[in-house]
Design a protein around this ligand. Structure first.
Ligand SMILES: Cc1ncc(C[n+]2csc(CCOP(=O)(O)OP(=O)(O)O)c2C)c(N)n1
Ligand SMILES: [Mg+2]
Length: 1019
């Protein structure tokens, strides 16, 4: 109301020139066809002054007026006379004449009812029309509240307390008889039901008719919005998108299916239902997280895939939780049934190394012909851990990568489908984080179709205890995704919304949600007793006829199929299952390799092994280094003004290159640049990575004079280089790391890096690290070369770092070499070593996650620089950097050998220098913590036989590497020499925020490091 008043206040008289136009002249060019309010409105002065024209009615009258300008016959005769008189200059109040008896001109074909009753007042006429418009809008906005979505009829959605449902109390209170009461609320009465009302342009219920009797309007609205489909879309800001949806659901006859379509749907329901029944018959005491109660999920997914294939999609990447996964593998992805059945055999031996995973977590990849469209389609289901929704960003990342590698810039050929449970969708924050990636340029997959298996329960918890929003899907509203709720016991309604969802994605390339409101026939798994906790719900479920049976009976009654045909369809599929079951008995060995979601053709030998077990030198020739260095210190675009401070940085880089040196940023530049030139795509993502949190990187230059004009010099290295992607991410760790992990899954020929803003923040992404990165290869034989850059270092600012203790203790057995470990952990102390380890990541003949503890203060440390000589051909990554100073002259005289890693090395060296102890204390750096360089460390300890061995770290004793390295150092010395600890005491917090305290602590540990009798008498 307030908004309408405001609009009315903006009404202004027509200009003289507009006044001069005759009523039948076309509308002024700047006034578009009756669509949506324009910022400036024009209206005749006399009309604006009409006594009945108030804020409420002005919109309506205005719309009529434009319509009349276009075609005087398009409005009621009384309005025609009124506008003629008004335009002819009739004074306010005099333009109106009582309407003539209404003829048939307003009535659409087939409408026999009387139109607007005899001689109503104009005010009543306008108000009634407005009431009808409001009524239509009410259905569009809130029709889903009264739609019959719940197959059990015990709907647990409570709109009463929900802020999103203002006014819905009324609708709910008339749930039983909305037709009789809703229109009354808007001031209409019984007598109005047979009056004909003009339909606004914001509805399509009329089909070809522009006016309908109120009774018919209500009936059509009820049909469109209040049956088995509840459409939630009116929160969408884009008018075209709203119109598109209205059209899809309001147009009369939209939900009609051909006989063929109905038969196909029945056959799909047969497969879905009988598959679960077959498993239940054969393995009644096995957990399988069956789909019973939501069997229409299978036709739902198949419809989305068919429609998308019809629209040009060739590759669909899916992620889903446990519920119905085996059914999806069998009937959507079409994994061979015997391969699924044999997994129930407890005697099946694993052929692959690693721990494997349960059958309802494994992934799959299958390329086949889509039978409906006769086009090729590749379907993959990404393997996932138990952690609900954790796979969401991974699927998105993989999808983005597949789009990237096939040049699918708009997502027309590759798409993702994500399945969710109702409790997890509402409860898991990663869902929200993933939605927020959906429209970001470097993360969008151009629309995901989300399907929620909304069985109205999560394990044993009711929705009223599991979420604070009416629907489990409300999280999707943040990205303006339309939400189609549908009663999953109506397979045709399900298929209809899935078709619309797929078309939506193909049209707007934005996310969309299908909420399958269903039930769970069994307990959480097949062994659980649901009556313990949901007795009434399950009494109802026990009474519930299966959806297949209901649908089959419907089609038999309609004459679409005969009972015999239906039964034949069932026996046909049962036979397929039985035959596969017989074959499954021959399977003796489980090959997890056959369950890979992302095979890398050509990267391995045919039996999945690395093609070699060697790594070439990671060095580069001098000319390459110079070339890349030149680009790193230049602005390769014309007329591009960079910030003065940045000019100085680039000059500094040029000077360094001149003197054949690199700092941290240049070392990274050399690694990325050279890989790009070798055709390897490099993608660096994370918070503020473009500039670098510590303002050292500057991979994206910003023109100081032209808004949003940027330049990425790394993409100007050579004409045939691979593209470089560097992207500031949303402020999410879990979502973004998951995304990059997914990106890295798609191809082995890319260096994909995620940088945490500060190392500690990686624990927000712990689930991805613990569940995918650390055990991924062991669980799913899936390799991944993702690189995690975790800046760390104690600088007296309450930062860092218990991260090392968590990561380092997840390392695999130390004696294994790179190929066998679960991930590689390094802490480089020189730019050259950082350069080498990045290049090695790609030059290795296999892929392994790499975690790099990167520095903060070393980014600008005058000594943390490397010469070109350390990066030339023949050089390589140094797993350990031995002490090569004066201690080497007389190793026997060395009293202490300090092992350390990372930045503390520079503090130790400085202290040693100041104390003049270069001959007596050796300092060696362990650069690769995992796999631990036993061979090199042993050589170093053997070299200094008289030295005490100490481990020095700046972290607190319980937080750094000590507990990890101590047993390993002892192993290298055959337990013969004690390993002394130099560092801070244990502490609960990672670091002090007090600079002075920090310096005192640091000095104390340095004192211990160089006090040669510090450990005397200790055991
Ligand atoms: C992150 C996480 N927390 C808890 C669990 C344990 N869990 C497994 S299934 C489940 C209920 C899921 O409910 P819903 O999402 O509605 O799916 P449904 O089982 O009903 O299909 C829970 C709590 C889990 N797997 N992952
Ligand atoms: Mg559930």
């Amino acid at each position: 109301m307030h908004r309408l008043r405001t609009c009315a206040a903006r009404l202004r008289p027509l200009t003289a020139c507009q006044m001069a136009q005759s009523p039948s002249q076309p509308r002024p060019a700047q006034a578009p066809l009756r669509t949506f309010p324009q910022p400036t409105r024009h209206y005749t002065a006399p009309v604006a002054a009409e006594p009945f024209l108030n804020g409420t009615s002005s919109n309506y009258v205005e719309e009529m007026y434009y319509s009349w300008l276009e075609n005087p016959k398009s409005v009621h005769k009384s309005w025609d006379i009124f506008f003629r008189n008004a335009n002819a200059g009739a004074p306010p109040g005099a333009a109106y004449q009582s309407p003539l008896p209404l003829g048939g001109d307003l009535r659409g074909p087939g409408l026999g009812q009387a139109v607007v009753g005899s001689q109503p007042s104009v005010e009543k006429l306008v108000e009634d029309h407005l009431a009808v418009q409001t009524l239509i809008r009410a259905y569009q906005v809130r029709g889903h509240h009264i739609a019959k979505l719940d197959p059990l009829g015990i709907s647990c959605v409570n709109f009463d307390d929900a802020p999103v449902t203002v006014g819905s109390n009324f609708i709910l209170s008339v749930e039983a008889c909305p037709l009789r009461v809703l229109w009354r609320f808007y001031g209409l009465d019984e007598a109005d039901l047979d009056k004909v009302f003009r339909l606004p342009t914001t509805t399509f219920i009329g089909g070809n008719e522009s006016a309908l009797p109120l009774r018919e309007i209500i009936r059509r609205l009820e049909m469109a919005y209040c049956q088995h489909i509840g459409v939630e879309f009116m929160f969408i800001n884009d008018i075209d998108q709203c119109q598109w949806i209205r059209q899809k659901f309001e147009k009369p006859g939209v939900m009609q299916f051909t006989l063929e379509e109905k038969r196909t749907l029945l056959a799909r329901m047969v497969r879905s239902t009988r598959f679960e029944e077959f498993l239940q018959r054969k393995w009644s005491s096995e957990k399988r997280f069956g789909l019973e109660g939501c069997e229409s999920l299978i036709p739902a997914l198949k419809t989305i895939i068919d429609k998308s294939s019809e629209n040009g999609v060739e590759n669909v990447i899916m992620g889903m939780p446990h519920r119905g996964r085996l059914n999806v593998l069998a009937n959507v992805i079409r994994k061979e049934l015997e391969q699924i059945f044999c997994q129930f055999d407890s005697k099946l031996e694993a052929a692959d190394e690693g721990s494997g995973d349960v059958k309802y977590h494994l992934g799959m990849y299958h390329r086949r012909i889509n039978r409906v469209t006769d086009r090729n389609i590749t379907l993959s289901l990404v393997a996932n851990p138990s952690h609900l929704e954790a796979v969401d960003p991974v699927v998105q990342g993989k999808t983005k990568a597949e789009q990237f590698y096939c040049g699918d810039a708009d997502g027309k050929r590759v798409m993702s489908i994500l399945l969710h449970g109702d409790a997890a969708f509402a409860g898991q924050g990663i869902v929200y984080e993933t939605f927020h990636l959906s429209d970001l340029p470097s993360y969008t997959t151009h629309g995901t179709v989300h399907v929620v298996v909304n069985n109205q329960i999560g394990f044993t918890t009711d929705p009223r205890m599991a979420r604070s929003s009416p629907y489990p899907t409300d999280v999707a509203r943040v990205v303006n995704a339309p939400i189609f709720h549908v009663n999953a016991d109506d397979p045709e309604a399900v298929v209809y919304v899935c078709n619309v969802a797929a078309e939506w994605r193909a049209t707007f390339h934005k996310d969309v949600v299908v909420d399958l409101v269903c039930y769970r026939r069994n307990g959480h798994n097949e062994m659980d007793e649901p009556m313990f906790t949901q007795p009434l719900m399950y009494k109802q479920i026990r009474k519930q006829k299966g959806v297949l049976q209901k649908y089959a009976e419907k089609l038999i009654a309609e004459g679409v199929v005969t009972r015999q045909e239906y039964e034949e369809e069932i026996s046909k599929y049962d036979k397929i299952c039985e035959e596969a079951y017989a074959r499954s008995k021959d399977e003796k060995i489980l090959h997890i390799k056959h369950w890979l979601d992302s095979p890398w053709p050509g990267f391995f030998t045919l039996d999945g092994q690395p093609k070699s077990m060697s790594c070439p030198s990671t060095g580069l020739n001098e000319e390459e280094l110079e070339n890349i260095g030149r680009v790193a210190s230049s602005v390769p675009e014309e007329d591009f003004t960079i910030h003065g401070g940045l000019s100085r940085i680039l000059k500094g880089r040029a000077a360094m290159i001149q003197s054949r040196m690199v700092d941290w940023a240049l070392g990274e530049y050399m690694a990325f640049g050279s890989l790009l030139k070798e055709g390897i795509h490099v993608r660096l993502s994370g918070q503020d990575v473009e500039r670098g949190t510590f303002s050292h990187r500057h991979h994206v230059l910003h023109d100081q004079n032209v808004d949003k004009r940027t330049c990425i010099p790394m993409n100007h290295l050579s004409s045939n280089q691979a593209p470089y992607t560097v992207c500031n991410s949303s402020l999410s760790e879990y979502g973004v790391l998951g995304f990059e992990l997914g990106f890295a899954m798609a191809s082995p020929n890319a260096l994909v890096l995620w940088e945490a803003q500060f190392g500690d923040f990686h624990n927000m992404a712990q689930c991805i690290i613990d569940q995918f990165i650390c055990p991924g290869q062991a669980k799913w034989v899936r390799q991944n070369g993702i690189v995690l850059l975790l800046p760390h270092g104690m600088e007296g600012m309450n930062e860092t770092s218990n991260m090392k203790s968590t990561i380092i203790h997840q390392c695999d057995l130390p004696v294994r070499q790179l190929y066998d470990c679960n991930w590689i952990v390094v802490n480089c102390s020189t730019p050259a070593n950082y350069f080498h380890v990045l290049r090695r990541q790609i030059l290795l003949p296999f892929r392994k996650p790499l975690i790099i503890f990167t520095p903060k203060s070393l980014l600008r440390h005058p000594e943390a620089k490397s010469s070109f000589d350390e990066m030339l051909p023949g050089t390589h990554f140094q797993r350990m950097i031995p002490d090569d100073g004066s201690t080497c002259k007389n190793p026997g005289a060395v009293k202490r050998l300090i092992f350390c890693t990372g930045k503390v090395y520079y503090e130790l060296v400085k202290e040693r220098r100041s104390r003049g102890m270069e001959d007596t204390v050796a300092i060696s750096r362990i650069e690769q913590l995992s796999p631990f360089p036993f061979d090199l460390v042993k050589a170093e300890t053997d070299k200094f036989p008289q030295a005490e061995i100490a481990w020095c770290q700046e972290e607190h004793k319980n937080q750094g590497y000590y507990d990890y390295v101590k047993p390993r150092l002892r192993t290298t010395t055959d337990q013969a020499r004690p390993i002394w600890y130099v560092g801070r005491d244990p502490a609960a917090a990672p670091a002090t925020g007090n600079k002075k305290a920090h310096l005192v602590e640091l000095q104390r540990l340095l004192d211990t490091a160089f006090k040669l009798d510090a450990f005397k008498g200790h055991s």
